[in-house]
Design a protein around this ligand. Sequence first.
Ligand SMILES: CC(C)(COP(=O)(O)OP(=O)(O)OC[C@H]1O[C@@H](n2cnc3c(N)ncnc32)[C@H](O)[C@@H]1OP(=O)(O)O)[C@@H](O)C(=O)NCCC(=O)NCCS
Length: 249
Amino acid sequence: MAEQGYIHCSAGHDQVDEMLEVVYAQVSDPLLMLVIDPDRLTSRWQLDEVPSAARPYPHVYGPLDLDAVIDTAPMTRAPDGWIYPWLTPSIPVAGPVRIRAADEPDWPVLRRWIVDPQLRTYLGGPGDPARADAQRGGMYGPGGFALEVDGQCIGFVTVRPRVTDLEVSYVVLPEHQGRGYAGAALPRVTDWVFATRPTLAQLVAVTQAANVPSRRLLESTGWTELDRFVEFGEPQVMYALSRSRPTVP
Ligand SMILES: CC(C)(COP(=O)(O)OP(=O)(O)OC[C@H]1O[C@@H](n2cnc3c(N)ncnc32)[C@H](O)[C@@H]1OP(=O)(O)O)[C@@H](O)C(=O)NCCC(=O)NCCS
């Protein structure tokens, strides 16, 4: 504020990463990320063009109200760059379901998604256990959301690139299905994705045409049919969710 007349902020994780490279490349002290809800600011703010930046950056022209800071996350320096929890801001609890970043202790549940015949009914049949175990280390990181009920992981939502889109997939263990857990969690995750990627127009999901629970889940949470095609030898339906539905900060 004192030096520039405004507080420089970022809109989306891509801009945070860009700033860490450009401005904080020589910094080694730990930093703290402040997550700001612009609707709670009393100071004026606006998006300003910045030379050579792909998108305008938000600038706050006045003091930052503490009430507008809705979350914080530690940022620490590693030899090859900055590390911070990718699931920032955290996702509010959705009914009985807590949504957090998937991590190594969730492996037994994730493994069932790959090898369990019941869960794989509409997913091409059970995968090879040895191949599943070989994938173990690469299954975590950005886009892996664990669903937790009463402290126990009961399923996942994942958001991963599919050609030029971001594709959403989901699973709830058979013994926890039919209780509204996926229906509660999915909109929270998709709201979070849109809120942290301001230029993303839509998300996609692909499900077998015969997968009635999956299609019901999508249709009851605002997704609409986009395309039909055959993949892995089965008729598939591609759904889209547009960002025009209301988002959470
Ligand atoms: C799809 C899946 C995640 C749904 O999880 P869930 O927690 O049981 O879903 P919910 O209880 O929140 O129900 C969501 C909607 O689906 C409907 N539904 C759930 N199970 C159903 C079933 N067996 N038959 C018909 N509808 C069903 C619910 O009625 C609800 O719709 P509504 O709001 O209109 O009533 C779960 O069935 C699953 O894990 N399937 C195996 C993995 C899979 O196929 N994933 C999809 C491709 S990635």
